[in-house]
Design a binder for this molecule. Structure first.
Ligand SMILES: Cc1ncc(COP(=O)(O)O)c(C=O)c1O
Length: 390
């Protein structure tokens, strides 16, 4: 059951809203910091998962860097306490304007995703009289065994540069006059849970081969960035509120060949913030149909698109029924109000008897929730509410 400061904490707050358990975020960051130190791995928070200012500031306080995919993200990270030199800028489609803005900001490195992009960064840095620190995102062709929309490290995906291009990549790097090559970057996918050891063993082995290929061609690889990907337990969040960072980091430690002076980085997003966030909604209507009962909530797919986009599962809890001590259980199709038939939170969900006005928590919504929300149907955006402010 969702941890709440008191049963009536939400009574006066207009729904739907995102609720963030800042205590849980703190516990997650404690574990992440301890593991980063134990395994000597640098953390760059993938802010696409959640860029609420208050959350960003709490993460930045730990001294972590950030992984950004737009110049807007990079500038927002700096506004919220991240050090520019600890920012990584990935993404297959950086615009010239974004490259200029990130050079001015003094970001840690561009993670460059094509040879043409490398040439563009070199030429823009030259025009600006600046040096660009550049890592190269390679595509290791490793299957992350996750949903195909969040698989990023296979040759069929648009991300990174394929290994067949290493010769021309290295010769281009050697001709770039305004670029300092920093290292290599990999990110094979997201929500990797059961297969984390297998996927990261393969990724580390491939990374080792690719590092060697660069160094054999005379380019020293100073840092190896293995991206994000650690998954969270959506079906039963309370059994693992803090993800198993140790399993992930120890796998990297075991399988990645690294020299002592080589920096190893990761870019977790989901695992840092997913479990601390819930989307809180109210039951608008209980609507019986011939074969089922619909529970119509005031939160919709525009607030949290993961179920509609990926068929993702989120645990749903009826908080009010919990406070009432309701014992009767019933199956419901829990849906949102948006005018799309896939605006469904879950079919055949067994829940306590639910009434109009009941408060519902859609759990594990802290990552890729608010950041992917939209104003579809011209609905208002769900506001953020923090546990330490109510
Ligand atoms: C380059 C890069 N790094 C890190 C991440 C974060 O992944 P996750 O949220 O699974 O940890 C992503 C997510 O797509 C990404 O594209």
């Amino acid at each position: 059951m969702l941890r709440l400061p008191s049963p009536h904490s939400f009574d006066k707050i207009p729904t739907p809203f995102y609720y963030y358990d800042m205590g849980l975020l703190g516990e997650t960051l404690d574990t992440l910091s301890a593991m980063a130190e134990k395994y000597c791995i640098k953390v760059h928070y993938a802010m696409k998962a959640n860029y609420e200012g208050k959350i960003m500031r709490k993460i930045a306080e730990r001294g972590f860097g950030a992984d950004c995919v737009t110049a807007n993200e990079a500038e927002w990270a700096v506004k919220n306490g991240f050090v520019p030199g600890k920012l990584m800028f990935a993404g297959v489609g950086k615009t010239d304007d974004e490259i200029r803005r990130c050079l001015l900001l003094g970001i840690g490195a561009f993670n460059c995703e094509s040879i043409q992009e490398l040439q563009v960064i070199d030429s823009i840095a030259g025009e600006m009289g600046l040096r660009a620190r550049v890592g190269i995102r390679m595509n290791p062709n490793v299957d992350a065994h996750t949903h195909r929309y969040i698989t990023t490290g296979l040759e069929e995906n648009k991300f990174g540069i394929e290994t067949y291009a290493i010769d021309s990549l290295v010769s281009t790097l050697k001709t770039c006059r305004n670029v300092d090559f920093t290292g290599l970057h990999f990110h094979v996918g997201s929500q990797i849970l059961d297969s984390i050891e297998e996927v990261f063993r393969l990724t580390c082995e491939r990374a080792g081969e690719i590092v060697k290929a660069f160094e054999d061609r005379g380019l020293e690889v100073g840092s190896i960035d293995l991206g994000g990907g650690l998954g969270v337990l959506y079906a039963d969040p309370d059994s693992a509120l803090v993800p198993d960072f140790e399993k992930w980091f120890s796998t990297i430690d075991k399988y990645l060949r690294r020299r002592p002076e080589q920096v190893v980085r990761v870019e977790p997003g989901r695992s840092v913030v997913a479990q601390c966030g819930s989307l809180i909604s109210r039951v608008l209507y209980v609507k019986p149909a011939r074969t089922k009962t619909f529970l119509i909530l005031d939160a919709g797919m525009n607030d949290l698109i993961r179920p509609a986009l990926y068929g993702a599962f989120h645990l749903i809890e009826n908080l009010s029924a919990g406070f009432r001590g309701e014992e009767v259980m019933q199956d419901y199709d829990v849906v949102g109000p948006v005018c799309e038939s896939d605006d469904v939170w879950g079919n055949n969900r067994e829940l306590p008897l639910s009434l109009r006005g009941d408060l519902m928590a859609i759990r594990s919504a802290g990552a890729y929730g608010s950041t992917m929300s939209s104003r579809y149907n011209l609905r208002d955006l769900a506001k953020a509410v923090f546990s330490d402010e109510i």
